[in-house]
Design a protein around this ligand. Structure first.
Ligand code: NAI
Length: 783
């Protein structure tokens, strides 16, 4: 471009970043890259080509990891794990700190390599990706130092299998590796096949800082290699970021394996603009929301919802701003949007947009050069059911629709199967916080968007996955609660298989079900005999799918419970405990009839009462945090209930076991559908009257007796259930985890059905963590 031309339209001239060092590095690896296993690079195996998406040029040959490569890497990680975990937190911190320093020393190299490999603009890799990578390692060096004091009683998982996507290759690597190492785990990580190069450069940094061999292993390859890591028997925890589709496959693949699992998946995040928003700032917000990283961002604000009153002005300003975006050479410092990561992804974007066009949406587009580029795109006239409103496009395409009232806005915002993020724009902070509380999303940005920091948790609700990365909540995802110790005494006889033996006449003498605050006859009309130590002790309703569905419906209508104050909930739970206490003798007698020795029965009831008081006490104390993140931001980490939870209770200690699940769940504001001990359900059905007299609102606790695993299956499959706890057999646990994949509900399974619930590990904060999900709300302040 000549100076005359530049002066004509006042656009910037080209300002390419020098890529010589990266070219030299690629040249020095011309023979191809092997994996990084046990502290050294392997010789390249069968390789695949990696291309620079902006030029289409092949830049490297990278090894396709085989099952045997993965096995070697897992073995190396296993061998290294014990001594890595044995190091003091301080020693581990020194390594993480050294990695952070070296990332900073190589910052320019990494930024250029990332831009070449991924296609994202150098301005982003230089100013966002790489600084955040260093920040992540510094932050987690800190966690390594203090985790023992700050997160006591937890232990590392062991070996972590981690699979990451291509949209933030190095940043996602740091989100995975830093907390895992800080917690004392070792890792086998697979970068995405489109963008493996910065992970390999990172491996060199690990070698450079002298990280002990086997602590970090990088295996390259495609989804098959990823599958081999996730399916490897000796992996203790799986962490995945990528598409919801693959996330569900991984949920199925890991079901019943006992592996820890966190999933950070797709999104279709709303960007809500109220009439009193600073419109210019909100327009600039859209640029950061959807045109950042070519829209290839899981938390991208992909659905603009704008108040009708300002919609026209907003759209005009936005369209004007869109036209000024410069799409082109990622290495040019003046480029706003670079290349799409791969022609396959470009094709996917084009196809989805074509489907939208066929549905009649109106498109406005900026400009983009030929090649693997896509112009910034604004779609209006979009119906909520349009593919452009529902599908994650993962490209620079945003939809714009209008709303009238704040409650319309909330409804539209939540009209998605995802729940990763939301951005809310209004000068009225009360309104913003009110909407933030109602939006189902793990991250909410008020008057800002796509702000990321290691000090805040990140992760989704619903089909955007579960678990958090970053901050205290992210560290917890790499530490586990030790296995429970001790067996329950007086274990009941093996579970009776329910049958329709009671007959319909017997139902009137039978403990019914408890649904929506009322005792309900089971849909089947049948009951089953409950055996005691000396023969039958009664009949229990034989619940079926229909009863579970009714119970879930009743539970979902009890949403007011989650909005009640912790103080309100505490009062109800205290009262509940008091009322059990008033009938302690009856409860103990019931347990004795099941065969418990008198002292054990009495102790079980007493512990159950104490447990009521403990969780009542926690109801208004298990609070979140104000995280230390960016300057001039308050980042609020709020513990929110999951919603409706299915609780499948242990066989033994039928009163204490059931309450050990119910109490933490309801203390945190969930409503629950409880499947009590199949063998001794009457210990739970005796609670009906206590529930009725304790002011527990209708629908908060629903109880369905009957065949445990059948009922558990219906609960796990139900899309209205947000969380599932199951105590029972290994097969049942595997079934629950697999069936939960449908809506990716959070699960916790315990396969030691004979465990003792009376000890300290039968209650505690671990249960409260499992009953909640953290929402991080970012509120900037100042000018
Ligand atoms: P993907 O989910 O297939 O790939 C992400 C990672 O998972 C890659 O490392 C890949 O090799 C690996 N992988 C694929 N199949 C696997 C399997 N069965 N087991 C284990 N690992 C497996 O995403 P893809 O195909 O690259 O992109 C497709 C769409 O997914 C995008 O258009 C976008 O909508 C979404 N996506 C979402 C991301 C997010 O951060 N939420 C990131 C990447 C893609």
């Amino acid at each position: 471009m000549s100076i005359r031309e530049i002066l004509k339209d006042m656009s910037y001239g080209p300002a390419p970043e020098d890529s010589k060092i990266v070219e030299g590095w690629l040249e020095s690896h011309r023979e191809g890259f092997g994996h990084f296993i046990d502290g050294a690079f392997t010789a390249p195996g069968e390789t695949f080509e990696v291309r620079n998406p902006a030029t289409g040029r092949a830049i490297a040959q990278v090894t396709q990891g085989t099952v045997s490569d993965v096995d070697t890497a897992v073995k190396a990680a296993r061998k290294a794990q014990k001594s890595w975990a044995k190091l003091s937190g301080h020693e581990r911190a020194r390594y993480l700190y050294a990695i952070a320093r070296h990332v900073q020393q190589h910052a320019r190299f990494l930024a250029v390599l990332e831009a070449i490999d991924n296609g994202k603009p150098i301005r982003e890799t230089r100013d966002i990706d790489v600084p955040l990578v260093a920040r992540h390692f510094y932050h987690h060096a800190g966690w390594a130092e203090i985790a023992e004091d700050e997160l006591p009683g937890l232990e590392p998982y062991g070996v972590c299998g981690q699979v990451i996507p291509w949209n933030f290759p190095l940043l996602m690597l740091s989100w995975k590796i830093a907390p895992a190492l800080a917690a004392g785990n070792t890792v086998v990580l697979k970068p995405a096949e489109y963008t493996p190069l910065t992970a390999l450069a990172f491996a060199e940094i690990c070698a450079e800082v002298g990280l002990p061999a086997g602590v970090v292993n990088i295996v390259t390859g495609d989804g098959e290699t990823g599958g081999a890591i996730i399916g490897h028997d000796d992996i203790d925890k799986v962490a995945f970021t990528g598409s919801t589709e693959v996330g569900k496959t991984i949920r199925l693949q890991t079901a019943g394996s006992g592996k820890g699992l966190t999933l950070e998946l797709g999104g279709k995040s709303p960007f809500v603009v109220f009439a009193d928003a600073d419109i210019d700032a909100a327009v600039e917000g859209v640029v950061d929301a959807i045109w950042f990283n070519q829209g290839q961002v899981c938390c991208a604000g992909a659905r603009i919802l704008v108040a009708e009153a300002v919609a026209e002005r907003f759209e005009t300003l936005l369209a004007r701003r869109m036209e000024t975006l410069v799409v082109g050479d990622p290495l040019d410092k003046g480029t706003d949007m670079g290349a799409i990561v791969h022609p396959v992804q470009l094709e996917r974007i084009k196809e989805l947009v074509a489907q939208g066009e066929a549905e009649g949406v109106t498109l406005r587009q900026g400009t983009a050069p030929d090649g693997c580029f896509y112009p910034p795109t604004l779609a209006t006239n979009v119906q909520p059911a349009s593919v452009l409103s529902t599908e994650e496009i993962f490209g620079p395409v945003v939809t714009l629709t209008t709303f009238r009232t704040p409650s319309d806005a909330v409804e539209l915002a939540n009209n998605t199967r995802y729940g990763l993020a939301a951005s809310i724009w209004s000068e009225n902070v009360n309104l913003c916080l009110d909407i933030a509380a109602q939006v189902k999303a793990g991250v909410v940005w008020i008057n800002c968007t796509n702000v990321l920091d290691a000090g805040a948790g990140f992760g989704g609700y619903r089909e955007s996955g579960f678990g958090r990365e970053g901050a205290r909540e992210g560290m917890r995802a790499y530490l586990k609660t030790p296995a429970p110790k001790g067996k329950a005494e007086d274990l009941p006889a093996p579970s009776a298989v329910p049958h329709g033996g009671g007959g319909s006449d017997a139902v009137d003498r039978t403990a019914k079900l408890y649904v929506g605050g009322k005792q309900a006859r089971p849909d089947s009309g049948y009951a089953y005999t409950v055996e005691g130590a000396k023969g039958p002790v009664g009949l229990a309703g034989l619940g079926n799918r229909k009863d579970i569905r009714n119970a879930v419906e009743a539970a979902s209508k009890a949403g007011g419970w989650g909005k009640a104050t912790g103080h309100n909930r505490a009062q109800v739970i205290y009262y509940f405990g008091e009322n059990i206490s008033a009938r302690a003798g009856e409860f103990a007698a019931r347990l004795e009839a099941f065969g418990a020795k008198p002292a054990a029965a009495k102790a079980e009831v007493e512990t159950a009462i104490r447990r009521c008081f403990w969780y009542a006490a926690q109801a208004d104390k298990f609070d979140g945090a104000v995280h230390q993140t960016k300057s001039a931001h308050v980042t609020l980490a709020m513990n929110e209930p999951l919603g409706v939870m299915g609780l499948v209770c242990p066989t033994g200690q039928p009163l204490l076991g059931a309450l050990s699940l119910v109490l933490p769940a309801i203390a945190m504001g969930n409503s629950v559908v409880v499947v009590p001990s199949q063998t001794h359900p009457l210990a739970a059905t005796d609670l009906y009257q206590v529930l009725e007299t304790s002011d527990v609102p209708a629908g908060v606790v629903n109880i369905v007796t009957g065949p445990r695993d059948e009922l558990a299956k219906t609960l796990a499959q139900h899309d209205g259930v947000d969380g599932m706890w199951y105590v029972g057999g290994t097969e049942g646990a595997a079934m629950v985890e697999a069936e939960s994949a449908g809506n990716l509900k959070q699960t916790w399974t315990e396969t030691d059905d004979a465990r003792d619930w009376s000890g300290r590990d039968g209650q505690g904060r671990a249960f409260l963590h499992r009953a909640t999900q953290v929402k991080n709300i970012w509120v900037p302040y100042g000018e």
